[in-house]
Ligand binder design. Structure first.
Ligand code: AMP
Length: 422
């Protein structure tokens, strides 16, 4: 027996009408806030050469090591469905020689990402990210602006969140700290998990990313990088903080917040929700001054973040959900085929005025049509029966309160409110 075709792949899902409106509300809010800050949209392919992610994210990460959807295409080339977008955006920045314009390029994107994650609540294999990248400046004002913008999106959506920040040093000061950390870990790793033991060899900073309960006691005793950054990094961080405070943005310093790759420097941040339980990270971001060079481009200091659209939609307050509800302006109920033609004509004219109109094709009793209009969430019902055909005046019923009135098509074109005197 062939498998039924009615099931999607685990970790993917269909977003049905009812849900998609909530998604659009979040997307449109993000676009609005980005554009208010001068960010412009960039769209990159969802499929890229595997090498881009191996280099751009790092071979030793869980994403590249375990989670990528990688396969050979018909030409034998190894290709990967993007697990995140920063590497692609920087590739496009280099390939499109955007750096030639000079100054700061402010870019944003939204779209699906793919990671073969273990099954877990709040984690999907096809999920959606909204993100921003500011490429071309190392000024701390950019760091502060990008965090303010990220919080601005959440604020506008009514989602309560906390900003966590850290400074993770730079290529100059990190090596000495890494020696210190390796020394500590080398003294013994009793109680640490196998992944941590491996990380201690390959990239010790990643030990801080471990979520295993048994490792937390050991992690708490390790030296933290923020105590060992150079004066330049410390000054950069102080300036970021001064600007956050100047903008009235509360934040907490979390010394164990890291990004475990060499080209991630200085500012690292995360925004968490109080409402999501274990998978509470709404977004992660950081400065990646060295990435452009890793990908073969010119020096281009940059900072960015990615937020999980799936999780934003999950945390959306009830009020926003109500706003997002789809409500067609008018449901046109007809009595008989001739009335159906007229209903079609009326709908065409009103759509040209920007109203959303649903023409009922099935017909049936007025009562059943009213029920259907209600179920569809229509604001008004327009009845086209024998009498209305002849008089060219139509009965309108407002479903919220049952008010009824009569109007001609010309009056309806002026709006669906009752016309005085009818
Ligand atoms: P990352 O690219 O791993 O730093 O993730 C940035 C944000 O994307 C996270 O804070 C989450 O909100 C979201 N995210 C990452 N992975 C997933 C996933 N598998 N399912 C849903 N959201 C995710």
């Amino acid at each position: 027996m062939p498998e039924p075709l009615s099931n999607n792949l685990p970790g993917t899902r269909d977003l049905l009408p009812g849900e998609t409106e909530r998604w659009r509300l979040v997307e449109e809010c993000a676009r609005r806030i980005f554009e208010r800050h001068g960010y412009r949209e960039i769209r990159t392919p969802v499929i890229e050469p595997t090498e881009l992610f191996a280099r751009g994210i790092g071979g030793d990460t869980d994403i590249v090591g375990k989670e990528m959807y990688t396969f050979r295409d018909q030409s034998g080339r190894s290709v990967t469905l993007r697990p995140e977008a920063t590497a692609s955006v920087v590739r496009a920045y280099i390939q499109g020689a955007m750096y030639r314009g000079g100054g700061l390029d402010r870019l944003y994107y939204l779209g699906p990402m793919f990671r073969h994650e273990k099954k877990q609540k709040g984690r999907w294999r096809q999920f959606y990210q909204i993100g921003a990248e500011a490429i071309g400046s190392e000024h701390p004002a950019v760091d502060a602006e990008i965090m303010e913008m990220a919080l601005g999106i959440l604020d506008e959506l009514g989602i309560g969140a906390k900003l966590l920040v850290n400074s993770i040093g730079c290529r100059k000061c990190r090596p000495a700290y890494m020696d210190l950390l390796r020394g500590e870990l080398g003294r013994g790793m009793d109680g640490f998990c196998d992944d941590c033991r491996r990380r201690a060899e390959t990239n010790p900073l990643r030990v801080f990313d471990c979520k295993v309960e048994g490792c937390q006691g050991g992690i708490a005793l390790l030296p933290v990088i923020i105590d060992h950054v150079c004066p330049e990094c410390a000054a950069h961080f102080a300036e970021v903080r001064r600007r956050l405070e100047g903008a009235g943005i509360p934040y907490s310093i979390v010394p164990r917040l890291v990004r475990g790759l060499d080209y991630y420097v200085r500012t690292a941040f995360e925004i968490v929700s109080g409402e999501l339980g274990a998978q509470n990270a709404l977004m992660g971001g950081g400065r990646y001054d060295g990435l452009s060079e890793v990908l073969g481009g010119p020096p281009a200091p940059a900072i960015g973040f990615a937020m999980g659209l799936d999780r934003l939609v999950m945390t959306l307050p009830e009020k926003a959900t109500e706003e997002a509800r789809w409500e067609p302006d008018l449901f046109l109920a007809h009595m008989g085929e001739a009335a159906l033609d007229r209903a079609g004509e009326i709908a065409r004219r009103l759509r040209a005025r920007g109203m959303s109109c649903i023409v009922d094709f099935d017909g049936g009793s007025l009562k059943s049509r009213m029920r259907l209009a209600n179920r569809m969430g229509a604001r008004h019902v327009l009845i086209v029966g024998e009498e209305e055909l002849a008089s060219r005046r139509y009965r309108v019923k407002r479903l919220a309160d049952g008010a009824q009135w009569e109007a001609s098509l010309e009056e309806l074109e002026q709006g669906l409110n009752p016309v005085a005197g009818t």
